[in-house]
Ligand binder design. Structure first.
Ligand code: ZN
Length: 185
């Protein structure tokens, strides 16, 4: 008698699990089951050794992300350590070649700086791509990922609430990845 009760109870248990899974799929990543969430911030290391005159802007952009999100932390790579992200100054337009979530190369293009775009906003924006955020153009100055479309008068280097939530969601889950992608600006 006891065993048949257990057998009858199983479908109900399976249904409950499926319902929970379905709920999670619809809800924000932050509501995922505790077991699937990261226990600590994922560290993404960067090497600004090739960033020339933009090293300070890179540090400021990293600091802005670090104060904006908790699930990922941008840190300078220790000497001799292979960095997840390299930042290289060049004469082109700023762009990011992402090799996955939290890794890739940022080209800190002088062309945009010469045209009057804010260096810290450029830094935060390109780091945003490294953190998995796409361009949102055209867009307002309040959006970091609206990038250059907000004009040279826009100096806002901070991600808005949605952009913060997007990065938190990406890095909040264990083993989260992203396909390699090139962002042309
Ligand atoms: Zn961009």
């Amino acid at each position: 008698m006891r065993s048949s009760k257990i057998v009858r109870a199983l479908p109900a248990a399976v249904t409950a699990v499926l319902a929970l899974t379905a709920g999670q799929a619809v809800a924000a990543p932050a509501s995922a089951a505790p077991a699937e969430r990261t226990a600590a911030a994922r560290v993404v290391t960067y090497d600004a050794g090739g960033a020339a005159e933009f090293k300070d802007a890179v540090a400021k952009g990293a600091a802005i992300w670090n104060e904006s999100v908790v699930n990922v932390k941008l840190q300078p790579a220790a000497s001799g350590q292979r960095a997840n992200v390299r930042i290289i100054a060049d004469n082109g337009w700023p762009r990011t070649l992402s090799t996955g979530l939290g890794s890739g190369t940022i080209y800190f293009g002088r062309q945009a700086v010469d045209e009057g775009h804010n260096t810290v906003r450029i830094s935060s924006h390109e780091l945003g791509h490294i953190l998995g955020l796409p361009d949102r153009k055209p867009g307002p100055c309040s959006s970091l990922m609206s990038g250059a479309s907000a004009g040279t008068s826009c100096t806002n280097p901070y991600p808005n609430a949605a952009e913060k939530a997007e990065a938190e969601g990406s890095f909040g889950l264990v083993g989260a990845t992203a396909a390699p992608r090139t962002y042309q600006d």
